[in-house]
Ligand binder design. Structure first.
Ligand code: ATP
Ligand code: MG
Length: 359
């Protein structure tokens, strides 16, 4: 048996147990940062909007993080900016990403960041070495002794309790706000990965643009997201009920507030370019896949991430690429949970270790 938290005395060979370390799993997302802290056989979860408010003249001077900063988005006085430190899954501002990570660690440790020994952070699968290093450096600067970065997709697979150690293969599709990962896993490792830097954010932007063209009304990006979440679907052969909702924007003709109607078909049209890219990426992955892995993937592919909740997605993916997929019933926290499992048990990544998937 291995001892995860023990140190072997070189002379006597005796394994000395250390106090169980404080560990956290963190999904540093474009829209949401989720912290998972193992607690018995469950997790304590903290969801933080990935938004930081800072002084305009001095962007390293952070004024608010998370919920408080989110409420300032688009509504800040002139000398304050509220921004998302990550765009398309990539860190745009190191100082602000650091503030976000420190805040996440504070939340997860009850304001006792010094007590945190190990954090595991999920980042996009195609992150460059520079991006990985940046996250590691930020984690260390924020106070963690040991920082491991892993692909969000692998983390999602572990968090979903998928049989990642099996040779038969399994696939995870993570549709986030800024980026989407397709990850094929076998024997505990990633055998193929494809990332597109598109996600739910692009759907929101397309809704804004389409409403502008159609009604000559400008709606805010949050109104667009709200409508998408309420009535969103993607085009598929399945007959889905067309739902309707409304949004209030600014008429470009009169400059007055104007209510417009948005229906599920408009959202599906807005999502279409992203869905087409996803299908293309999936086709590439399947093209490269060995026949040995195909059957495992056919039997076990899970879709996670907030954008996986668009109705009709499961059907569309099957129609296009012939892979039956399961939409996760816990799409927005599995990456953090998987990272927390790895943080508590780094050998979870090794093939011979059977995972005890925590709920
Ligand atoms: N019910 C829903 N239907 C459709 N989209 C949704 C729903 N709920 C959330 N979303 C969208 O999911 C996205 C957020 O998902 P998630 O939290 O997985 O992203 P993230 O991890 O922050 O981003 P990334 O992984 O790209 O860095 C947003 O675009 C949000 O609008
Ligand atoms: Mg994500």
């Amino acid at each position: 048996m291995f001892n995860l938290f023990g140190k072997k005395d070189e002379e006597t060979g005796e394994v000395k147990k250390q106090a169980l370390t404080n560990t956290l799993g963190i999904d540093l997302g474009t829209l949401n940062t989720v912290v998972a802290k193992p607690s018995g056989d469950k997790f304590d979860l903290y969801k933080i909007p990935s938004v930081v408010a800072a002084k305009k003249e001095e962007p390293t001077c952070v004024l608010a993080v998370g919920e408080e900063a989110k409420s300032m988005l688009g509504r800040t006085p002139e000398d304050i900016i509220a921004v998302r430190p990550l765009r398309k899954g990539v860190i745009e501002s190191i100082a602000q990403a650091e503030a976000l990570l420190v805040y996440a660690m504070e939340q997860g440790s009850n304001d006792n960041v010094e007590s945190i020994d190990r954090i595991v952070v999920g980042i996009p699968g195609d992150a460059s070495e520079v991006e990985k290093r940046a996250v590691k450096d930020i984690g260390k600067k924020a106070g963690a002794n040991y920082v491991l970065v892993i692909s969000e997709g692998l983390s999602a697979a572990i968090g979903s309790g998928l049989p990642i150690a099996d040779a038969s293969g399994t696939m995870v599709i993570d549709l986030g706000a800024g980026s989407s990962d397709i990850v094929v896993i076998s024997l505990g490792g990633i055998t193929d990965i494809e990332t597109i830097r598109n996600g739910g954010d692009d759907v929101d932007q397309n809704i804004v643009d389409m409403v502008k063209d159609l009604y000559k009304v400008e709606i805010g990006i949050h109104e667009a997201e709200k409508a998408k979440i309420e009535i969103g679907m993607v085009h598929s052969k399945k007959e889905l009920e067309i739902l309707k909702t409304s949004a209030i924007g600014k008429s470009m003709e009169t400059n007055k507030p104007k209510k417009v109607e948005i229906d599920s078909k408009l959202v599906a049209d807005a999502a279409e370019p992203i869905i087409v890219k996803l299908i293309e990426a999936l086709s590439h992955v399947l093209e490269r896949m060995s026949p040995e892995l195909i059957s495992g993937v056919y039997n076990k592919t899970v879709v996670v991430g907030g954008t996986s909740q668009l109705k009709g997605l499961k059907e569309r993916i099957f129609e296009e690429v012939g892979v039956p997929v399961e939409i996760s019933d816990d799409p927005m926290t599995v990456v953090a949970k998987g990272a927390a499992i790895v943080a508590a048990e780094p050998r979870a990544l090794e093939p011979e270790v059977r995972l005890k998937a925590m709920k």
